[in-house]
Write a protein that binds this ligand. Structure first.
Ligand code: SF4
Ligand code: SF4
Length: 583
């Protein structure tokens, strides 16, 4: 690190975010023909908590001839000092200027990170749009959950990687290294890459691409000698990923449909990973992660075996993402004394049927009673407002569930007190879900519903939190937007929009000004879409068919549910990508 940078880092808050040198750092001096920088468009403590980033960072560093470094969005204090000193954004490991890398891969996790892409490009002195960059710039690609509909940010990148990064990012980096000696142009290279590798969308070609997937997750590399940060991060613990995809098919849930087919790791594999992670990191907490952990076929055996190993090492085991309907008494015991987090999503059975959240009143009662008998003191309930067909009765149902928790605590509770927290987010119609054609409710409707809930949730021991209506509007716009939005993102950044997912930074008025400048009506992207209209994300072959999504949409209007596909395939189409456990 040069003296100037040292001097700057001594002036910023939490310099540990930028200095590197974490425990288990891979060998940065190994012989390398391809230098990759993984960029994450949020702060260090968010990015380092992301399991996908950890996996890809270590997988690339385990590949021959490839070194992978990291760069997270710097906080505003560092950004200001970099600008004032005319210094470019740099990688954590070797403090290299991002322009010196061969390949830059951005991971974009959710829509409110879009302005940070422009922020990081600007700090790195890299032109925003791919068309404005010549061959001297690195090959710039993006992936992550937002690649479901990459169109709003696609013009910034040379290529978008759709699907599992273990498949497409690794193959792309390897091919880039191998073809280096041929001195191909970026587009010549991407032509070859997009023909050979699944899940590579090249905006310049506007090619349709099949989502890349790891067909056999159990045999896919999983890092167990991971970086241990020097400062606190959001999820500061070791994590093992049980499976990908979800069989439940909640009709609003993008992750469910985007990550299908469902692929599990074996219990033996996971126990081995858990032991290695605990031994290699010294973490005091281990968590089991996946979209719906309680659906893992070997959960009881896994929890028993991992618990024993964790106890031997004095490590705490955390089991998040539990669903009500498969919640078993044995698991309660593991959670004795902890908070309980439920996501019924809707207040009435009718609306839960509409969204295919297959949880009954009895399931809810059973789960709450079980929790109360096990000394649970804090119950967190998550709901969505603005779901298709929602009525006032559905909002009243949210308060009824909260009241029921308090009442059941009086009947069965072994803890002295009960704290119930009700949180609501606003429904956002997401691409590649059965609700992708729905409208998003207006800002005023959101605020009215939130106000109504504030009134009816004035209940002793119940607290109500709600997600900002204005940021939900912006998420709703971005989720289904097209490439016309890219210049708006740059304009909003220039007007000061950055770190939009942080409430203290979010400024809706500036976003409105940016949209106005380009004459784009936000509501266009939030309105109902006719089923026949071509969609911006049609360039992705996601496996799950449009016919299936439409069938599910129409069943929703009849409040008819579709069972999960753990035991019987519902024919969603994802199995054609390979790897689905139901053939
Ligand atoms: S249980 Fe429902 S909301 Fe949760 S991941 Fe599965 S489909 Fe999505
Ligand atoms: S193909 Fe069948 S089993 Fe596989 S995810 Fe789709 S519905 Fe489920």
């Amino acid at each position: 690190m040069n003296d100037k940078l040292k001097e700057i880092l001594l002036q910023v808050e939490r310099p540990a975010r930028y200095v590197g040198g974490e425990f288990n750092l891979p060998d940065m001096n190994k012989k390398c023909d391809e230098r990759v920088c993984m960029c994450f468009s949020d702060k260090y403590e968010i990015g380092m908590s992301n399991i996908g980033i950890r996996i890809l960072y270590h997988i690339l560093n385990n590949m021959e001839g490839i070194v992978c470094e990291r760069c997270f969005a710097p906080d505003l204090d560092l950004a200001k000092l970099l600008k004032e000193n005319n210094m470019p954004l740099f990688s954590i490991e070797t403090k290299r200027d991002l322009k010196e890398f061969d390949l830059i891969g951005f991971s974009i996790q959710f829509e409110l990170q879009f302005s940070n892409i422009a922020y990081m490009f600007d700090l790195a002195n890299i032109p925003y749009f791919a068309k404005d960059r010549d061959e001297s710039y690195p090959l710039m690609v993006a992936g992550g959950p937002c690649s479901v509909n990459p169109m709003p940010f696609a013009p910034f990148f040379d290529a978008i990687l759709v699907g599992d990064g273990e498949e497409n990012l690794t193959k792309l980096a390897k091919l880039h290294k191998e073809l280096k000696s041929q001195h191909l142009t970026k587009l010549e290279f991407l032509k070859i890459a997009s023909e050979q590798i699944d899940g590579i969308y090249v905006p310049a070609f506007n090619n349709r691409t099949k989502r890349a997937i790891c067909k056999n997750l159990d045999e896919t590399f999983f890092p167990t000698k991971i970086l241990v940060p020097n400062c606190a991060i959001v999820h500061d613990r070791a994590t093992i990923e049980l499976f990908r995809g979800c069989a439940n098919g909640c009709r609003f849930c993008q992750a469910c449909f985007f990550y299908r087919p469902i692929r599990e790791r074996k219990v033996d594999t996971l126990v081995k990973y858990a032991c290695e992670l605990m031994d290699n990191t010294g973490y005091e907490e281990l968590s089991l992660s996946s979209l719906s952990t309680s659906d893992y076929s070997g959960l009881k055996e896994l929890v028993d075996r991992v618990r024993k190993e964790a106890d031997d090492r004095k490590v705490k085991l955390a089991v998040p993402s539990l669903r009500l309907d498969s919640f078993e008494a044995e698991i309660y015991e593991e959670l004795n004394g902890a908070s309980l987090t439920f996501a019924p999503e809707a207040g009435t059975q009718r609306l839960r049927n509409v969204i295919n959240k297959n949880i009954s009143e009895e399931d809810i009662d059973k789960a709450i009673i079980g929790a109360m008998k096990n000394n649970v003191k804090n119950v967190k309930l998550y709901f969505m407002i603005g779901l298709p067909t929602e009525t006032k009765e559905d909002l009243d149902g949210i308060a009824n569930i909260a009241k029921k928790v308090v009442w059941l605590h009086k009947q069965y509770g072994t803890s002295k007190i009960i704290n119930v927290t009700v949180s609501t987010s606003v429904f956002i119609p997401k691409p590649l879900t059965p609700f992708q054609w729905e409208r998003q409710i207006d800002l005023e409707e959101m605020q009215e519903k939130q106000k109504y809930l504030q009134e009816i949730l004035r209940i002793k021991n119940v607290k109500y939190n709600w997600h900002g209506a204005e940021s939900s509007v912006l998420e709703g716009v971005f989720a289904r937007a097209d490439e016309k939005i890219a210049p708006v993102i740059v304009e909003a950044y220039k007007q000061g929009c950055v770190f939009d997912s942080w409430t203290e930074h979010f400024d809706f008025a500036k976003w409105q000004q940016a949209f106005d400048k380009f004459g784009i009506d936000m509501n266009y992207y939030r309105a109902e879409i006719e089923e026949e209209r071509p969609l911006p994300w049609d360039i992705i072959d996601n496996g799950v068919t449009t016919k299936y999504l439409l069938k599910e949409r129409h069943l929703a209007y009849e409040a008819k549910t579709t069972p999960n596909c753990l035991h019987k395939c519902n024919g969603c189409g994802a199995s054609k990508l390979g790897g689905c456990f139901q053939k």
